[in-house]
Design a protein around this ligand. Structure first.
Ligand code: B1M
Length: 213
């Protein structure tokens, strides 16, 4: 990994939003691709945060500051992510399920879907099933994306799918699920149409399900 990306990851870990934005731009100016900067700079830094959070070395306030720095870097990347994609036509409603406040991964999925040409309606975090149902009625999406980062909230995804079924909307849309604790096996168990491990495969999965090349 280049020294620049190493420094980017370190500054993200330390929550220096200003430097993260500047180094993200510098890495791009030096010819690195948005995907390289994202994976080996921003996500690498956030993975180190996650590890030390788990091990009790970092606490919620530090993690929030690191998340703010991550967003600062993502704002720089946003116009470039998936820029080369051929625009798809499709509409996405996305949100992080009820009880869950994690939004970085969900925002990345939303950004890359937007970059791929999807019209994106982001419902935010802590979204109850009834809000997904209401959004499907009003926004008429082709795809509903559900994100969960906690083992305690991933069960909410099943509730959303069930609520969509009860409202008679399930057959109109494709449901894609993702987030660190979610697996293909879990997605199949709860009756989702697709699972994606990361933001770019979420775009591929959505296009696949809609039959867009
Ligand atoms: Co939280 N947190 N957190 N946290 N946090 C995790 C998830 C945890 C694994 C940390 C750890 O212990 N190592 C752990 C969960 C354990 C578990 O359930 N198995 C945890 C915990 C326990 C908690 C709290 C309970 C802590 C506490 O209060 N005691 C609390 C819960 C709050 C709540 O939600 N109710 C909490 C709070 C927070 C902060 C608010 C401080 C902050 C969130 C800030 C924010 O999001 N704005 C935070 C953070 C930042 C993390 C870690 C460190 C980083 C998450 C992240 O943004 N990763 C995380 C540790 C980790 O994941 N390594 C952790 C970077 C991001 C790019 O990756 O989100 O995985 P990710 O998204 C990926 C894929 O998962 C996928 O694509 C993305 C891009 O590649 N993806 C999808 C995501 N959604 C998708 C949807 C799709 C498709 C793909 O289709 C629709």
């Amino acid at each position: 990994m280049s020294e620049l990306l190493k420094k980017l990851a370190e500054d993200l870990y330390n929550g220096d939003a200003e430097s993260v934005a500047a180094l993200t731009q510098k890495a791009l100016d030096n010819g690195l691709t948005p995907a390289e900067v994202l994976e080996n700079g921003l996500i690498a830094g956030m993975n180190a945060v996650g590890k030390d959070f788990r091990d009790g070395i970092l606490f919620v306030p530090e993690v929030l500051i690191a998340a703010r720095a991550m967003h600062a870097g993502m704002r720089v990347l946003k116009p470039l992510l998936a820029e080369s994609e051929i625009p798809a036509t499709g509409r996405l409603v996305i949100g992080t399920v009820k009880g869950d406040l994690h939004d970085i991964g969900k925002n990345l999925v939303a950004m890359m879907m937007e970059g791929a040409g999807f019209e994106v309606h982001d419902l935010g975090v802590d979204v109850p099933a009834k809000e997904f149902v209401a959004a499907v009625k009003t926004k008429q999406p082709d795809v509903v994306g559900l994100s969960a980062l906690l083992t305690t909230t991933m069960v909410e995804m099943k509730g959303v799918i069930e609520a969509l079924r009860q409202a008679g909307l399930r057959n109109q849309i494709k449901v894609i699920v993702g987030g660190a604790p979610v697996t293909q096996k879990y997605a199949a168990e709860i009756g989702a149409d697709g699972y994606a491990a990361n933001a770019s495969t979420a775009v591929e999965k959505a296009k696949d399900l809609l039959g867009i090349a």
